[in-house]
Design a protein. Sequence first.
Length: 378
Amino acid sequence: MRLAEMEAAMQGLWEKERLYESNAQRGRQKFMTTFPYPYMNGTLHLGHGFTAAKCEFMNRYMRLQGYNTLFPFAFHCTGMPIVAAANKLNKELSEQDQSKEQTGILKSMGILDKEIPLFADPFHWLRYFPPKAREDLKALGFSIDWRRSFLTTEFNPYYDSFVKWQFNTLKALNKLSFGKRHTIYSAIDQQPCSDHDRKSGEGIMPQQYTLIKLRMLELPEALRELKGEELYLVAATLRPETMYGLTNCFALPEGEYGVYRTKSGELFVCSERAARNMAHQDMMSKECAPVLKLKGADIIGAGLKAPLCKYEKVYLLPMLSISMSKGTGIVASCPSDSPDDWAAHVLCVDTCLLYTSDAADDMQCVDLGGRRIIKKKK
């Protein structure tokens, strides 16, 4: 207890004497250390203390060497995480979100129940957490010149003007250009969602797929109203060079698919998620409304024309392990380059000739979602 009292007394003396307020001194060597602005969507954690301590040790060492040292400190409030957390809390408070996840996070930081609704305003985070962080850093005894502390964002007009000046200067020097690039995009906030702006998924980058257009050679009953139009199943692949070895395609029988018209007028059959992704890349209209909806089972057995493939006709077969949240929900099968595809291909060849709904002999069929696979006779 005596040590804690001595620590508090010395820290009070440092503050009274303004010991760490650094001013320019002609002829004296200078040394400045900086710490990456900690993000203010919560209190500081052990990692902040560990890294900032390295700055602190170096700053004090250089001070003992006779340098005029400066250790400024700032707080990062830019970006989407604070806004996203405030929006999530709003949903929790209005009972739209039953998870209470954000409420629990705030409680874990010692925030009282009666104060939690205040955090539905993103600016309240900026008023609450930076002073808390400053108290913690002072308690650690860091030699920071607090006159040189600031927040980012337009909440601080001086820093905001500084950033604007940087961009205007770069633009005047023709160092900036405008255009489109692939990025992780938030459909809710309608803006790019960069690495540190996300609640989860740090390090995830855009994934480039190649769409393989598989023309439907005949239209199943579920698509009869589109007679006269050319329809394409679109399979997403990371290895388009393997399409020469395509033997068939797969769809999820219970999967929800749609027919979507592209801006070029073509009709694509794919998952709703894939269509949204294409709309964000200007391949489809922003509304992304399907021409019609269907189940995978409605198109199983359809004959397809695959580009680059040696077969004149390949078939769409069922696969129960397809994820509708990945790719387009249509999977191209190239057994020569995929053990999984080979296993599925062998299974299909050994067990069925065609996926249909009008087999004559029930004993020769396997029912699947109201339609049947005709077993191959041995």
